[in-house]
Design a protein around this ligand. Structure first.
Ligand code: TYD
Ligand code: MG
Length: 467
């Protein structure tokens, strides 16, 4: 192979620079530019045609006509299948990202074993652990009898040769993409060029054979390592496995999915016997609830198509700082600032001299604006020192005018609340009918001010801070 001219590649965003510099001009990352040999152009077409500099004519198709629903390989792990949209799609490549130690290998080993037991040929290629280590883990998880074909290999050419030799696999796991290297490019394993070229080779294999491929990618919190980011646009689906290692539950979330929804979550608990599916996540997230504590409100939330009740905790304390602290865990900073501003401007709740701490209990990350009302309730409850009713849930989006706006799917939220024994709900007026159907007493709040007045009256005081 002719020696290719070296280039300087940012290991964070993949941008190519003409010379080395301390800072990447494209993404602003420091100390991320590394000298690499340039990759050979990766193009399609037959080798002969490319040698002649001419392309091959492809057949153009219209948008009309029938196309089959993408055929899938369901893993039988319901929480995983929910996030992929019903199973791995044949001929597609999925990237499973997550911090080291979160449980990616465990999840994929369990899925591999389940599929292998059901008769599908599954190849598990481990580039990080020796075959013996993977086997030991499988035996510890009670999966030792599953006919998974195991290999410890990192060279892409060897992996592809192995896959082509023997029966065609239905599912191939590559753990992890950072350990792969191909002789096609001269950079070290783990660099952007190697990761990209190796992923490209695996993608081509999936498209030509129809096998499902799952690539594992490690990401770190600060995203410094040459990571899966650079392959995100090449693969068909990107799932991320989250959770903090101090707790035992894990959330699987789709960030990109060409063949399914991106708003579904799967919930697992890491136990001594591997990952267990959590079929009733609301009960899990409300498990440690202290009902009499002021500053906690239960949000009747929704993740994808699944209702999920979570506790929102707020702590409002007088500040000793010139600029009071606003600390948020599990919710959006800007959204909290907005709710605080509306409380201040429209409801007369003065929080300017107070530090505000807000957390979604259990370490979950809530993204929907429907949490506004629960956040506001938790804040007011903390401020007045008066606990909210123990049997009440809250949901509703708050606008800048202080109006409480309707949110999507009130029905499933309220049914979930009723199922878990809640009796009352503070909600947007439009959701009152849905509450009646679920047997929940609705407190329709047209404006945030109405809710604050109600809570203040309950606290047995005038408006908070009015004095
Ligand atoms: P692992 O799947 O190796 O993580 P990743 O591949 O994402 O790096 O999981 C490692 C962690 O999971 C490790 O800290 C131990 C824990 N674990 C359990 O608690 N129970 C188990 O049954 C297994 C297999 C792992
Ligand atoms: Mg691993």
């Amino acid at each position: 192979m002719a020696r290719l001219k070296p280039s300087f590649v940012c290991q964070v965003c993949g941008a190519v620079a003409p010379r080395w510099s301390g800072k990447c001009e494209a993404c602003g990352a420091w100390n991320a530019i590394v000298e690499e040999a340039a990759a050979a152009p990766l193009t399609g077409g037959t080798a002969a045609a490319r040698a002649l500099g001419r392309g091959r004519v492809v057949v153009l198709e219209g948008l009309t006509g029938a196309t089959d629903e993408a055929p899938r390989l369901a893993s039988g792990i319901a929480e995983l299948d929910r996030v992929t949209g019903g199973g791995f799609v044949f001929g597609s490549v999925l990237l499973l990202g997550g911090e080291p130690g979160i449980g990616k290998s465990t999840l994929l080993l369990q899925a591999s074993a389940a599929l292998a037991r059901s008769g599908a040929r599954v190849v598990y290629v481990s580039g990080e652990e020796a075959a013996g280590q993977v086997r030991l883990r499988a035996q510890r998880l009670g999966l030792g009898d599953a006919p998974v074909a195991l290999a410890a290999e990192t060279c892409v050419e060897d992996i592809l040769a192995t896959l082509k030799d023997g029966p065609q696999p239905r599912l191939v796991i590559v753990d992890s993409i950072q350990t792969l290297w191909t002789g096609q490019v001269e950079s070290a394993p783990g660099t952007v060029t190697q990761v990209r070229a190796s992923a490209q080779a695996m993608i081509r294999y999936a498209k030509t054979t129809g096998a499902c491929i799952v690539l594992v990618g490690h990401v770190t919190k600060d995203g410094q390592i040459a990571g899966p980011r650079v392959v995100e646009h090449m693969v068909d689906a990107v799932l991320s496995f989250e959770g903090d290692s101090g707790r035992d539950f894990r959330i699987l979330r789709a960030q990109k999915n060409r063949f399914g929804p991106t708003d579904e979550i799967g919930v697992f608990a890491m136990t001594g016997d591997g990952l267990e599916e959590v079929t009733n996540p609301s009960a899990l997230f409300l498990g440690d609830r202290e009902p009499d504590a002021p500053g906690t409100a239960v949000l009747a939330g929704l993740e994808g198509s699944r209702p999920l009740l979570v506790e929102i905790q707020a702590l409002v304390v007088p500040s000793t700082l010139g600029t009071p602290r606003r600390a948020v865990i599990g919710w959006d900073n800007a959204r909290l600032a907005m709710v605080l501003a509306v409380l201040e401007a429209r409801c007369g709740v003065r929080l300017g001299g107070h530090d505000v701490h807000l957390a979604v209990a259990g370490g979950l990350r809530v993204q929907e604006p429907a949490a506004d009302l629960a956040v506001a309730a938790a804040l007011v409850s903390s401020m007045t020192g008066s606990p909210l009713p123990v049997d009440a849930v809250f949901f509703g989006e708050v606008g800048l005018t202080g109006a409480v706006r309707p949110v999507a799917h009130p029905g499933p939220r309220l049914r979930e609340a009723a199922r878990l024994g809640f009796k009352r709900a503070a909600l947007p007026a439009a959701a009152a009918d849905a509450a009646a159907e679920s047997g929940i007493v609705a407190l329709a709040v047209p404006t945030l001010d109405a809710l604050v007045a109600r809570l203040a009256a309950r606290a047995g005081a005038a408006r908070p801070n009015d004095a």
